[in-house]
Design a binder for this molecule. Structure first.
Ligand code: HEC
Ligand code: HEC
Length: 333
């Protein structure tokens, strides 16, 4: 009896320590505790930030927030996303000499994750899961996420990660269910860092340089941001652009590189944290092929994505279409 009690208490302890572990299910990969210092204190309620106007669940951006469209995106368990940016009045995004964007203090970047109840008919409703924020103050990016309630009327700060069941019908009419994982703060930092400080990831000039529809007109997104005063003026001819990896018309090599850039490069680049940076892979889109390390790592890349070992956080199910693209691309080299 005593032995059994001891055994049960032992098991309970193991379970508890696994749950309170900051690493919250990282597929067995050890992640350090990054603990980057923050320059703001996040509010408890998302509504404090006035990101949305009117009925919150309609996700209509408030004045001063502008929607951003990326050419290629990160895959996260089929979630759909809305991306917004707010630049404080009188300030602008600046193009640095190395081609990266410098955001002013006071910038807010948001990403809201949701699932249509039935992807074949968006008018049937959707479930919004979380809104993630990046806020820049004192030259430092701060990260936090807000989880929406069941009624879709409010969202509250969540730094420790939660799991929630999500069900929907996909484009092919199939019923899908996943255990959606809201990342922990430390997991946010795992991907959103560069040279030991927090970093934005999606809005690069290369990824923003695309056509978008504004006021029923097709315009270049960077020209639009310049016209509304969000970005300083410069000659667009100097700016490279990324393909959409889902665009079958684009070249296989550009699509393969765009997929690796958006799904892997935040860890696999020389400025990432030690473990992945030490693997000598640089998947950033603008890195010359000869410097990426891809040709020496073909087998390892294919094995890791086919086994579902990579990427090891941010998804709980395999992106089969994405894996097929990587395999096709690597095998073509
Ligand atoms: C698996 C890596 C990964 C994790 C974990 C992750 N992000 Fe991101 N995040 C990305 C990538 C890549 C992008 C840009 C691509 C996109 O939006 O599709 C991005 C975009 C964003 C954006 C839009 C602005 C930008 O930098 O592009 C915000 C805001 C954001 N993330 C916040 C968070 C927060 C808060 C967390 C933790 C709760 C988090 N992220 C966890 C990889 C990650
Ligand atoms: C959140 C960070 C992160 C993301 C995103 C990520 N990786 Fe990794 N990758 C790692 C870490 C950490 C290791 C080392 C794992 C270990 O040692 O067990 C690794 C190891 C690898 C290796 C093995 C390298 C070697 O020399 O053994 C390959 C190949 C790889 N990753 C490819 C990818 C690909 C392709 C993607 C995108 C589909 C990806 N990774 C996304 C962090 C990441």
């Amino acid at each position: 009896m005593n032995k059994i009690t001891f055994f049960i208490v032992g098991l309970a302890l193991i379970t508890v320590s696994a749950c309170t572990d900051n690493d919250f299910d990282n597929n067995g990969v050890e992640i350090p505790n990054f603990n980057f210092s923050k320059t703001i204190v996040f509010e408890d309620s998302l509504s404090t930030y006035n990101i949305f106007t009117g009925k919150m669940s309609e996700l209509n951006p408030s004045e001063g927030f502008e929607e951003l469209a990326l050419s290629s995106v990160l895959f996260t368990d089929f979630a759909e996303k809305q991306r917004l940016v707010k630049i404080p009045p009188g300030k602008k995004m600046i193009k640095s000499p190395d081609g990266s964007i410098q955001f002013p203090d006071g910038t807010v970047l948001t990403k809201t994750f949701f699932y249509a109840d039935d992807e074949r008919d968006p008018s049937l409703g959707r479930r919004i899961i979380e809104t993630r924020l990046l806020i820049k103050e004192s030259s430092t990016w701060n990260v936090a996420t807000y989880v929406w309630n069941q009624e879709q009327t409010a969202a509250t700060l969540e730094l420790n990660g939660i799991t929630t069941q999500v069900s929907w019908i996909n484009e092919a009419g199939a019923n899908k269910t996943i255990s959606y994982k809201v990342p922990t703060e430390n997991q946010c930092m795992t991907c959103h860092q560069s040279n030991g400080t927090m970093s934005h990831l999606g809005p690069t000039l290369t990824n923003l340089n695309r056509e978008v529809e504004k006021d029923s007109q097709q315009v270049n997104q960077i020209s639009h941001l310049q016209r509304i005063g969000f970005m300083e003026d410069f000659d667009l001819a100097e700016v490279p652009s990324m393909v959409n990896y889902k665009d079958g018309q684009a070249s296989l090599s550009d699509r393969g590189r765009a997929y690796l850039a958006m799904n892997c490069a935040h860890c696999h680049n020389p400025k990432a944290w030690d473990t992945p940076a030490g693997k000598d892979l640089d998947f950033r889109y603008n890195t010359a092929f000869g410097q990426t390390g891809i040709s020496d790592a073909k087998d390892r890349i294919i094995r890791n994505v086919m086994d579902g070992d990579m990427p090891f956080i941010g998804t709980t199910v395999m992106d089969h279409t994405g894996v097929a693209l990587i395999v096709e691309y690597i095998e073509s080299l």
